[in-house]
Design a protein around this ligand. Sequence first.
Ligand code: ATP
Length: 261
Amino acid sequence: MTIPAPAPAILAENLRKSYRGRRAVDGITLSVQPGEVMGVLGANGAGKTTTVEMIGGLRTPEAGTVRVLGLDPRHDRGAVRQVLGVQLQQSYLHGALTVAELVDLYRSFYPDPVPAEELVDRVGLGAQRRTRFEKLSGGQQQRVSIALALAGRPRVVILDELTTGLDPRARRRLWSLVEQMRDDGVTVLLVSHAMDEVEHLCDRLVVLDAGRVIARGTPGEITSATGTPSLEEAFLALTGRDLDEDDDGSTEKSTTEAEAH
Ligand SMILES: Nc1ncnc2c1ncn2[C@@H]1O[C@H](COP(=O)(O)OP(=O)(O)OP(=O)(O)O)[C@@H](O)[C@H]1O
């Protein structure tokens, strides 16, 4: 007897989105299995944030479908909010509120939230509980937005640029947090620029370039498919640019899918 594969925790098919007539996301399909940590890697402007915002129901796709645990984030908003936690790149949080007030506010959205103290301690902000959000450092603000994404015990989490701008100790702390999520069976979609982060945390990844998936697989599968010794060199070989270079869509590039499996 064959055991059927579990339904994907995230399924996005043929997503498209343009801004002022220019395609930012051009037919992206990805699926993430329950409990998997999936990386979304790409240079600046490759379409990573637009993709995960569509998956999170924060942006409306021009075409394509999204399901999170079988739910449509745009039509089943209430139900999706109970199972999905989103940490966004830009923070829309109210600067005058303290960490404790923000945590209390977000906890109030859920029937069985994580206790406030545990949430704040998990991201290492116990000492900043009474500090206003606007007075925190960039890294501390990022950690608040992660704590808020975890407030409702989500089964699926989207993390956009988890550790950008953080010092090495803060990065390691957040990596442990993601490892803990994985141990708890949480599905994670992780947008990143950082090769070491993706290699360390992700079971599989998609590489985006100019709004398309140009490679997918485990970090090992992608490096061996490109015949390169490291993920960084695989990325260079696939895109012809390094991760700090902007993707302004004006350069010529391969649009062939280098599927690693
Ligand atoms: N609100 C917007 N209005 C107009 N253009 C946008 C908007 N958001 C994104 N874009 C453009 O769409 C393209 C993809 O942007 P997106 O933010 O999705 O890429 P990204 O891979 O997340 O980049 P980064 O790593 O810099 O965050 C870029 O060319 C960007 O300039």
